[in-house]
Ligand binder design. Structure first.
Ligand code: ADP
Length: 161
C-alpha cells in the first residue's frame, strides 16, 4: 500500500519548525505532499511562487516530498492527490483551538479524511513565520530559525518595505 499524506499551510516563509514536521512525516509516509495555500486573505509577504520555491529548495534532500501550491478546499485537494491524511503541526495550547475547529470542519466536509497532528520538537515550539518576520524587521539575525537563504530573502524583502 502506498501511504500518502498532505501537509498544507501558508509557509510565509518556511521555518525549521515546518521542516522538522516535513522530515518526520517523510519517515512515516511513502509520499508527503507539501501544499502551499494561496492564503490571500492573510496578505502573505511572499508570493505563492516564492513560497513554493523556498520550500522546494529547503526540502530538496528529502526524496519522498513534493511541493505544490493549491487553491480551494484542503479536503478536495487531498482527494485529488489520493490521500486520506492531512498533517498539521501543533506548538502551543494556543494552536489547539484553531486546529481543533479546522479538523472538525474538515471531518464534516469529508468523513473519510483524517487530520493527524504532529507535536513540534521542543527546540522549535516557539517558532512562527509571523514572529520571524517581526524579528527581521527589527534587525534580528534569524539564521537559527530558517535556512540561511530564507533569512537572506527575508532581509531583502523587508528592507524594501
Ligand atoms: P497556516 O496558515 O495554515 O496555519 P502555517 O504555515 O502557519 O500555515 O503552518 C502550517 C502548519 O504548520 C500548521 O499546522 C502549524 O501549526 C504548523 N507549524 C508552524 N510552525 C510550527 C512549528 N514551529 N512547529 C510545529 N508545527 C508548526
Amino acid at each position: 500500500m502506498n501511504r500518502k499524506s498532505l501537509y498544507p499551510g501558508t509557509f510565509d516563509p518556511v521555518t525549521y519548525g515546518h521542516l522538522d514536521i516535513i522530515e518526520r512525516a517523510s519517515k512515516l509516509y511513502d509520499e508527503v505532499f507539501v501544499c502551499v495555500a494561496h492564503s490571500e486573505e492573510k496578505k502573505p509577504l511572499f508570493s505563492v511562487k516564492e513560497r513554493v520555491s523556498m520550500l522546494k529548495k529547503a526540502t530538496a534532500n528529502v526524496k519522498n516530498v513534493t511541493v505544490e501550491d493549491f487553491k480551494g478546499l484542503v479536503v478536495e485537494y487531498a482527494r485529488e492527490k489520493g490521500t486520506r491524511v492531512i498533517i498539521r503541526g501543533l506548538r502551543m495550547i494556543s494552536d489547539f483551538e484553531f486546529e481543533f475547529q479546522m479538523a472538525l470542519t474538515n471531518r464534516k466536509l469529508a468523513k473519510d479524511i483524517e487530520t493527524v497532528f504532529m507535536m513540534t520538537s521542543d527546540s522549535y515550539s516557539y517558532l512562527s513565520s509571523k514572529l520571524i518576520k517581526e524579528a527581521v524587521t527589527l534587525g534580528a539575525d534569524v539564521k537559527s530559525f530558517v535556512p540561511s537563504f530564507v533569512a537572506d530573502k527575508l532581509k531583502e524583502k523587508l528592507s524594501k518595505k
